[in-house]
Write a protein that binds this ligand. Sequence first.
Ligand SMILES: [Zn+2]
Length: 320
Amino acid sequence: MNKTIKRIMIRTAALLLLLALALSSCSFGGKSETAFDPEEENESSLPETGEEDAKTGSDGEEESETREEVLFTEEEVLIPENTSEPEPEEEAVRILDGQESVTGKGNIALSVRSNLDPDKPMIALTFDDGPSAYTMDIMALLEKYGGRSTFFVVGEMLEKRSEELQHMIDEGHEIASHTWSHTNLRKVSKEEGKEAMNSVITYIKDNYGYSIKLCRPPYGASNATVKEEAGELGIALVIWSVDTLDWSTRNAEATFKAVKKEAKDGAIILCHDIHKPTAESMKQVIPWLHEEGYQLVTVQELLYYKNEGATAGKTYYSAG
Ligand SMILES: [Zn+2]
């Protein structure tokens, strides 16, 4: 009995000694790695494995292992954070999400969403003369309801509206030409007219890499020459089927009423995003169109799904 107790006591003492030893080495190791010495931190995180291995060499194999472990866990934490953030990749996916290039029966390559339902009604809300300080608000409303619009922009507005233009592209809205300085194309030579349309196309292409496919002649003023110019530029002309007269009434309620009165499948609705009441009216217009079951689409989408495509030099007033 006594012998067994002795043995047990010796074993326990030995175990305790081992434990004490183990603990002390642990706290040592722990201290050297977790003591928050900024220099040490930098040292261990900066040099990549190769250099660090060479430095620690023979005298501290255990230490270098622990360091590597620490490095690894740091990297493990860092990598997911870094890879989840690369915006360009994520954005590219978002832009292309459900977007495809199609031509249909026309000869213009159109960029459209593939998840639209061609059997359900569509309307193209279009905004001329901008971009302006109100354009962002309009886009925010559209996006809330899954809608997209076409913005017929004027060249003179472009330089100070890079944020708006980039947002249009990022969110899948359509940018189209409305000439550089709101030119009445009937009143200028063919060369001048062509240049007036094309300068916007070139600017947007050069600065944003975006290809414009459509032009709306200011005042809807077109003729055979203007059509020829568009044909030579490889773009189609777009007028409208509903004029909200927002530019004249400058009244949100009046604009909303005009839309309610004339909204129908295939309609191209003319608005101007340079007027505050127009932006205000969209708070009613967009939810109402959405509730009525209209898909809010770009003109390109409307022409593809309701008109089987678009042809360069042709004029479109509506679709379907
Ligand atoms: Zn205009």
